[in-house]
Design a protein around this ligand. Structure first.
Ligand SMILES: [Fe+2]
Length: 418
């Protein structure tokens, strides 16, 4: 296919039809929202995240490999970027002096800063629109260092991967699943000279994008010079059956089987003398009766709210949390105008609505203060909480719900940033 400068509709349509989960792709000089994040901004994000880790004395979110070996979490805290490094290259100079082969991985770096998150969702929204919304999630990681090979050797993940180099050149060597099946020694291998001729090499530099499907075995290679690369993994290992049965299980445990459970099941007879099992204990009969009473509307409501909750995370494993504290005086606007607070009408209670943002669900009253406030925010306005939620018992509940949405990162304070 032609190499586009822009990831437009035509590109995505072709991508979904011919490339996605089928074959690797290498694109040169692509205009993508993600390339708007400069190396300097990435350095600042890393320092921000690292400062937080140092303060909490917890390196969660970072991994560090020395000569291919994973460092202990305590050691990781000692090697994170610092403000005094001044830049990615400054950090590299300091690390290079200590380690001839190192790799720093930061998962979900964009989660530390709301202002850059929309650049990622612009890309993923287009992707999801064409290939579907992931039943599991996507993860965005930053890989940097001078490592010559991926620390865990040739491997396969259950995710399709998009790579966006920021600094330096990246090379990814790929093998088909059929080839690795015939040559199992490639699994976790670091030396694979004789298999090279059966591999495909993707090369990319800043501004380029590579993609490989979830079935591709791969390893990153470099000549030992410094590189920093974004890697977006879109997990494709959760089937519709799995997500549907997860939803059903949650629904059943919340709603249908609400009867007291003691950990044992009372019964009259376990089996006849000849071993035949005939009678269901009463607890089972009662639960079956509850299932039979379920209406289509109830089921649709349950699955619709599960779906709403699922898409409210925008397909990400973790979403940035919010720091806005809500009071009646707060003036709010949506953090990202393209990420509205989702809501749905309850199918079983006319005056009830469910609202969702960032993977949480809250309830509200149809056309009540909270609902009206959310509609105003979703239409791009900034709004003062107190002018929608008047002091009453209901308003107190609405304020609590609003705080949960704020904690999930829905709002920024003050005027909408458009
Ligand atoms: Fe991988």
């Amino acid at each position: 296919m032609a190499l586009p400068a822009k990831l437009d509709q035509k590109f995505w349509t072709g991508f979904a039809r011919n490339i996605w989960e089928k074959k690797p792709l290498s694109l040169k000089n692509v205009q993508s929202s993600l390339s708007e994040i400069s190396a300097d901004e990435i350095f600042k994000l890393l320092v921000l995240f690292a400062d937080r880790c140092r303060k909490l004395n917890d390196s969660e979110g970072f991994k560090f490999y020395i000569d291919g070996f994973k460092a202990d979490p305590d050691e990781v805290l000692q090697v994170l970027p610092e403000k005094s490094d001044k830049s990615l290259l400054g950090y590299h100079e300091r690390m290079k002096a200590l380690f001839p082969d190192y790799c720093l991985v930061c998962d979900e770096l964009l989660q530390v800063n709301h202002s850059k998150q929309h650049l990622l969702t612009e890309f993923t929204d287009q992707l999801y629109q064409h290939v579907g919304f992931p039943n599991r999630f996507s993860e965005m990681g930053l890989y940097l260092g001078n490592y010559r090979k991926t620390p865990f050797g040739v491997h396969v993940d259950s995710c399709g991967v998009f790579s966006f180099p920021v600094v330096g050149k990246k090379e990814f060597r790929l093998w088909s699943p059929e080839y690795v099946k015939k040559n199992p020694s490639l699994d976790r291998a670091f030396s694979y000279e004789k298999h090279k001729k059966h591999s495909q090499l993707l090369e990319a530099g800043p501004g380029d994008i590579t993609y490989w499907p979830s079935s591709a075995w791969h390893i990153a290679e470099s000549d030992g010079s410094f590189s920093a690369t974004w890697s977006l993994g879109v997990w494709v290992d959760k089937s519709h059956q799995e997500i549907f049965s997860d939803n059903l299980k949650n629904f059943l445990s919340e709603k249908v089987v609400a009867t007291k459970s003691t950990g044992t099941t009372a019964y009259k007879y376990r089996h006849s003398k000849l071993g035949e099992v005939i009678e269901l204990p009463k607890a089972y009969q009662d639960s079956i009766a509850l299932l039979q009473k379920l209406t289509t509307a109830e089921l649709q409501e349950a699955f619709l709210s599960s779906w709403m909750k699922h898409i409210s995370s925008q397909g990400f494993k973790t979403v940035p949390t919010g720091t806005v504290k809500i009071s009646p005086k707060s003036r709010l606007s949506l953090r990202n105008p393209k990420a509205p607070i989702l809501w749905q009408q309850s199918a079983t209670a006319k005056n009830k609505i469910h609202l969702s943002f960032g993977g949480i669900l809250v309830n509200g009253v149809k056309n009540g203060g909270l609902h009206k406030l959310v509609l105003a925010l979703n239409s791009g306005e900034s709004a003062v909480v107190g002018s929608y939620l008047k002091s009453s018992a209901a308003a107190k509940k609405d304020l609590q719900a609003l705080q949960l949405l704020a904690d999930a990162g829905a709002f920024s304070r003050g005027e909408a940033i458009l």
